[in-house]
Design a protein around this ligand. Structure first.
Ligand code: HEC
Length: 101
C-alpha cells in the first residue's frame, strides 16, 4: 500500500479520536465542584459560570487550548493537580461543553 495513504488513514483516526479518552468525566466533575471552579466564572457570567464554556466568544477553541486554560485556572485555585486529574477535568468540560472530537 502507498505509504501516503497509510499516513492519511492514521491522520483520520487521530482526528476522530476523543482527545481526552484517558480522562474520567465523572471524576473531573467532582474536582470541579470540590474546588468550586465556577466561583470566578459565576461573577464574570452573571451567575451562570458554566456559560463561560459555551459563550460565543469563548477563548478555548481546541483541545490544546483547553489543556492550557485548565493549567492556568488550576493555578488560580491553588491546587496541585496531577496530570490525570487535569485530564479528568478536561474530559468533564469536553463531554459537557466543548465537545471537541
Ligand atoms: C480565581 C478565579 C478562577 C478560578 C477559581 C477558576 N477560573 Fe477558570 N477562568 C478564570 C478567568 C479569569 C478566565 C478567563 C475569562 C476570560 O478570558 O474572559 C477563565 C476561563 C476558563 C476557561 C475557558 C473558558 C472559555 O472561554 O473557553 C476554562 C476551561 C476554565 N476557566 C476552567 C477552570 C477550571 C477547570 C477551574 C477549576 C480548577 C477554574 N477554571 C477555576 C478564572 C478562574
Amino acid at each position: 500500500m502507498n505509504k501516503f495513504f497509510i499516513i492519511f488513514l492514521l491522520l483520520c483516526g487521530t482526528a476522530q479520536a476523543d482527545p481526552f479518552a484517558d480522562g474520567q468525566p465523572e471524576a473531573g466533575k467532582k474536582l470541579f465542584d470540590q474546588y468550586q471552579c465556577n466561583r470566578c466564572h459565576n461573577g464574570k457570567m452573571g451567575g451562570d459560570g458554566n456559560a463561560i464554556f459555551t459563550r460565543p466568544n469563548r477563548r478555548v477553541t481546541n483541545p490544546q487550548q483547553l489543556t492550557a486554560q485548565i493549567n492556568v485556572c488550576t493555578r488560580n485555585v491553588g491546587a496541585n493537580f496531577s496530570t490525570q486529574e487535569k485530564i479528568n477535568l478536561a474530559a468533564y468540560l469536553n463531554t459537557h461543553f466543548y465537545k471537541f472530537k
